[in-house]
Design a protein around this ligand. Structure first.
Ligand code: HXC
Ligand code: NAP
Length: 281
């Protein structure tokens, strides 16, 4: 769906780029000519992914061990990356999450998720943004949010709070920095199967099918679909898209919100016909 050199010359940092959706986005960016830097906490995971990427695409990938909760580590990483050549884009993708009854959350559990998702995203964004502003250089920030950033969700309270904060950051800085060449957007995905998410969010294997198909399209998202959306939002052709949160969930959250959506599963064709006035049947 894109020109092969769409992202040529762009150097992109993806936090949490060693696994799941971060890995899939990275592969797509490389296929389209980008240069990649990926970070996470596990060196061996990052290196294995980088090797796979290089073998598949021949593209340049650097790996960086960095816990995004540690502001000093984020500063050091971004400084190192910009010293070589300014980044063109940052993808705030690293996240932590699990399902838990909120009244049973420990302070450390709350800190862990808020630290990775909210503090990590803002630290990375400010570290890159300050450098882009100082250099008068253009930059793009893309954050991976969720649809429950605006609806909230039971059982994932820290993640819902943190993702709502990431959306607020995106919208605030899109206005503050938009006139100075820095664009910020976010993607709000519905369920896209990944090992990291499914291990922590699908409490029983038999619930996976419900999680994956409870949307108007009756299927989960495909990684390439999200990677292509991310590509568009990083590409120069989306220059006028700023402060947007683009949903990619097959219509799942609207289905959940619509008062009468449940009728789909409750009424047979016979029931629908019986509802019509007699002369219209
Ligand atoms: C309750 C839990 C818990 C759970 C951990 N904790 N898991 N509490 N229920 N299931 C508590 C621990 O007991 C501890 O508190 C505190 O959280 C920190 O846990 P640690 O294991 O010491 O922390 P750490 O190693 O830093 O791990 C962070 C993590 C972990 C967030 C807890 O899950 C992680 O590393 N996640 C990274 C990857 C990830 O989550 N991927 C999924 C993203 S999917 P105490 O008090 O006991 O010390 C996603 C999709 C959203 O976001 C939308 C889907 C549609
Ligand atoms: P994932 O594979 O578990 O990805 C999370 C990544 O974040 C991992 O690579 C992890 O690597 C990294 N990470 C976690 N804590 C970190 C920290 N403190 N510092 C640096 N890196 C850290 O899960 P995913 O499903 O691909 O999720 C990717 C993004 O999509 C997340 O923002 C998630 O909220 C969002 N999302 C996913 C879905 C879905 O259905 N999959 C739906 C909506 C939104 P290390 O453990 O090695 O650090």
């Amino acid at each position: 769906m894109f020109r092969d050199d769409l992202l040529a010359g762009k150097r992109v940092l993806i936090t949490g780029g060693g696994t799941g959706l971060g890995k899939s986005m990275g592969r797509r960016f490389l296929e389209l000519g980008a240069e990649l830097a990926i970070c996470g906490r596990r060196a061996e995971v990052l290196e294995a992914t980088a090797q796979e990427h290089r073998a598949a695409t021949g593209g340049a990938v650097s790996t960086h061990v960095c816990d995004v909760r540690d502001v000093d580590a984020v500063e050091a990483l971004v400084e190192e990356l910009f010293a070589a050549r300014p980044l063109a884009a940052l993808v705030n993708n690293a996240a932590g999450n699990f399902v838990c009854k909120s009244e049973e959350l420990s302070p450390r559990a709350l800190d862990a998720v808020l630290g990775i998702v909210l503090k990590g995203s803002v630290s990375c964004t400010l570290a890159c943004g300050r450098r882009w502003l100082a250099a008068g250089a253009p930059g793009t920030v893309l954050s991976i949010a969720t649809t429950y950033a605006w609806t909230g969700s039971a059982y994932v309270l820290p993640s819902a709070m943190a993702k709502a904060g990431v959306v607020a950051m995106t919208q605030s800085l899109a206005v503050e920095w938009g006139g100075r060449g820095i664009r910020l957007n976010a993607i709000a995905p519905g369920p896209f199967p990944t090992q990291g998410a499914w291990e922590r969010l699908v409490p029983k294997p038999e619930l996976a099918a419900h999680f994956e198909t409870h949307n108007p399209l009756c299927r989960p998202g495909r990684h390439q679909e999200l990677a292509d959306l991310a590509t568009y939002l990083l590409a120069d052709g989306s220059a006028y898209v700023n402060g947007a949160v683009v949903t990619i969930d097959g219509g799942a959250w609207l289905q959940g919100a619509g008062t009468f959506s449940f009728l789909k599963d409750m009424l047979s064709e016979e029931d629908w016909q019986a509802l019509k006035p007699k002369k219209a049947r």
